[in-house]
Design a protein around this ligand. Sequence first.
Ligand code: SF4
Length: 348
Amino acid sequence: MIPKNAALPIVTVSAEGARASAAQALKRGVEFYEMPVREIVNRCTNSRLPFEWTINPYRGCEFGCVYCYARYTHEFLELPDPMDFERRIFFKAGAARALAHALSAGRLDEGTIALGTATDPYQPAERRFKLTRSLLELFASACGLSLSVTTKSHLIVRDLELLRSISRRSTLTVNFSLITLNRRLQRILEPRAPRPALRLRALAVLSAAGIRCNLLVMPVIPGLTDREAALESLLKAARRAGAAQVWWRSLFLKPAAARRFFPFVREKLPELAQEIERLYGSRAYAPREYEQRFGETFGKLKLACGFADEPRRSPASQAAQPQRQFALFDKNLRGFDCRRAGSARPSA
Ligand code: SF4
C-alpha cells in the first residue's frame, strides 16, 4: 500500500534534463513517489555498526542488487513484492529542510552520521531530484561533524567540490561498495549499478582530491565472490586507486532479501544453489566457522595488498574531534578549515 499522503506517481517535471530522465525511468518501468517526511535523521543504536545516525534521502533503490538486505523497508509500506523495492522509488522532498532543523537543534553534535545505509544516495533518481546534493550543501555549511557516505555510483564525482568543502571542516569518509571486478558477474548481481571500472575511477578522483575513501566488500557471497585470487585483484585495484581501508561482511538473508535471492540463485546460478541452501536454508547469517575462516583469509589478504590492520570503528573516534558546534549558513566560515584550527568557529 502506498502511503495515503504520497503524491502518485510523479510524471511531470519542468527542467529539460529532468524531463528526459523521467521519460527514461518510465521506460525502465520505474515510478517515483513523493514521501513527506518530518525527520530525515534516524538514531542507530546497534553498537556493532560504526555510526550513530543514518540518513536515507530515498526509499527503494533502482540499482536492484539481488542480495540487497534493505528490501524489507518496502514491507513497511505494505509493498511485499521484493521487486517493488527497485521499481517504486520514494523520494523525501523535505529532506534538506528536516536536516537543517536537526543540525540547528544540535541533534547531531555527537556521533557519526552515515548517509546511504538502506538505499544508494547516488542511484539514478538523484540525477533528477538532487536530494543528496541538497544535504551535502548543508553539511558543507557546518563544522566538526563526522560523516560517511556510502555508494556504488560514480555520480558522486558530480559533488566533488562539496565533498572537499565538507572534508575541510569535518571528518568525512566515502565508502565505495564493490564486491567483484568480474563485469559479467557484477551485471547479474547488481543489474543497474555502475560497472566496477567506473566506481574505481570515482574512488581515484576523490582520493586524489584528498578525501578519505574506503572499499566495502559487502556482501561477500560464499562460494561465489569469496575466492582468494579474485579478492586479491579487487583489493589491489582499490588500493591502487587510493582506498585507505577495506572492510567486509558476509551475505545475510533476512526474509525479504531471501525471497529475492533464493529464486535468483536457482534460476541464474544453479550450480551454487545447493551451497546457498546449505548455508542459509535455516538461518539468516553465514555459520560462525565460515566467518572465522574467511575473516582470517581476508585479514591476511588485506595486509598483503597494502591495507593497515586496524579495527573498524566510528570515524568520529579516529580523529581528534574539535568541540562540535554548527555554523549553518554562516558565510564567514566559507573556506575556513575548522579541523586544522581546532575549533568549530573562528574567533571574532
Ligand atoms: S545499491 Fe545498495 S541499497 Fe541499492 S539495491 Fe544495491 S545493495 Fe540495495
